[in-house]
Design a protein around this ligand. Structure first.
Ligand SMILES: Cc1ncc(C[n+]2csc(CCOP(=O)(O)OP(=O)(O)O)c2C)c(N)n1
Length: 304
């Protein structure tokens, strides 16, 4: 299928206008692209979180496809059940095709609370795509830290003041945890690089068995930037090597975009209120840069 933007925009209206996502939220960009590139309407299983809250305010739904809400911790388990049920119905001639099942959860639902069900569903080999929309925090409940929150970030549970300078711990590398399960396709993407994201969505949907995408979706209230800067903030995460775009297909690592030359990570930090306290502390910015560089070196050592 063509990845021409004009063609894509004709394909699907995606999420209906009127959903209640914040101005400057990255999640609708991702969901619209998913629904535009999916060759057939998928069944979407959605963990509790911003996406569920803003798209299904009773009695309305912004979803043009079958959609299930499930608890925070079991999106992948629910997806397993839907996929198994669809295969059984198909085998009995009750449905004409087995729909692709797409589970979507935030980083809180994926890196933290839903990790066991994700791991289990992957290990059992269910045919589904899991998408983590990663806004690096528990955003819909009031901006608490998650294990995807970067070090130094201000959240309501890692405040900045006399007793705190933001989050102390580094971020968990969930993409690598998923890769370690031996999935046939896993990738990191960003809403700023829509062509790259669209290709990864297509590949993940076309690969049988469990597949995984970790997509950076900036959060306006949580990261504290002007709403119109959404795409620019996501782009800077990639250009500074903070969020490398790569894929692992059948065990082979490939960078899908190489920032040349990479920008210093400060260019990304200084555009967000959650890092404002770091900017007058050169050592803190250096530590952050060293962390980004070490992650990049670890990743590029795996390229073949
Ligand atoms: C087991 C459980 N713990 C806590 C909650 C409360 N809760 C609902 S949404 C949410 C945060 C979700 O964070 P994330 O998955 O990152 O999604 P986001 O809100 O950022 O979209 C929490 C803590 C819950 N519903 N279930």
């Amino acid at each position: 299928m063509s990845l021409n933007l004009r063609e894509l925009s004709k394909r699907s209206q995606g999420l209906a206008p009127g959903h209640r996502a914040c101005a400057g939220c990255g999640i609708p960009v991702l969901v619209r692209l998913l629904l535009a590139v999916a060759p057939d309407p998928p069944v979407v299983v959605n963990a509790t979180g911003c996406l569920e809250v803003v798209s299904t305010i009773y009695p309305y739904s912004a979803w043009p496809v079958p959609w299930l809400h499930n608890a925070f911790e079991n999106a992948a388990a629910t997806a397993s059940g839907v996929e198994a049920a669809a295969r059984a119905l198909f085998a009995r001639g009750r449905i004409r095709r087995v729909p692709k099942v797409v589970a979507i959860g935030g980083d809180g639902g994926t890196y933290d609370i839903g990790l066991q069900s994700l791991s289990g569903a992957i290990e059992r080999g269910h045919d589904f795509l899991y998408i983590c929309y990663n806004n690096e925090g528990y955003m819909n409940t009031g901006i608490q830290r998650s294990s995807a929150t970067p070090p130094g970030a201000r959240t309501t549970t890692t405040p900045v003041g006399a007793h705190g300078r933001g989050k102390l711990e580094p971020r968990k590398d969930l993409t690598e945890i998923v890769v370690a399960h031996g999935v046939r396709y896993a990738a990191q993407a960003s809403i700023s690089h829509w062509g790259d994201l669209a290709k990864k969505l297509q590949k993940a949907l076309a690969t049988p068995g469990p597949t995984f995408l970790n997509v950076l979706t900036p959060c306006q209230p949580g990261w504290d930037y002007p709403p119109e800067d959404l795409v620019e903030i996501a782009r800077l995460a990639v250009e500074t090597r903070y969020w490398p775009l790569y894929e692992v297909a059948d065990g082979r690592y490939r960078l899908t975009f190489t920032p040349r030359p990479p920008l210093p990570v400060r260019a990304w930090l200084e555009r967000q209120g959650r890092f404002r306290h770091l900017l007058d502390d050169p050592e803190a910015v250096e530590r952050f840069q060293a962390w980004v560089d070490a992650n990049w070196d670890r990743l590029t050592a795996r390229l073949k």
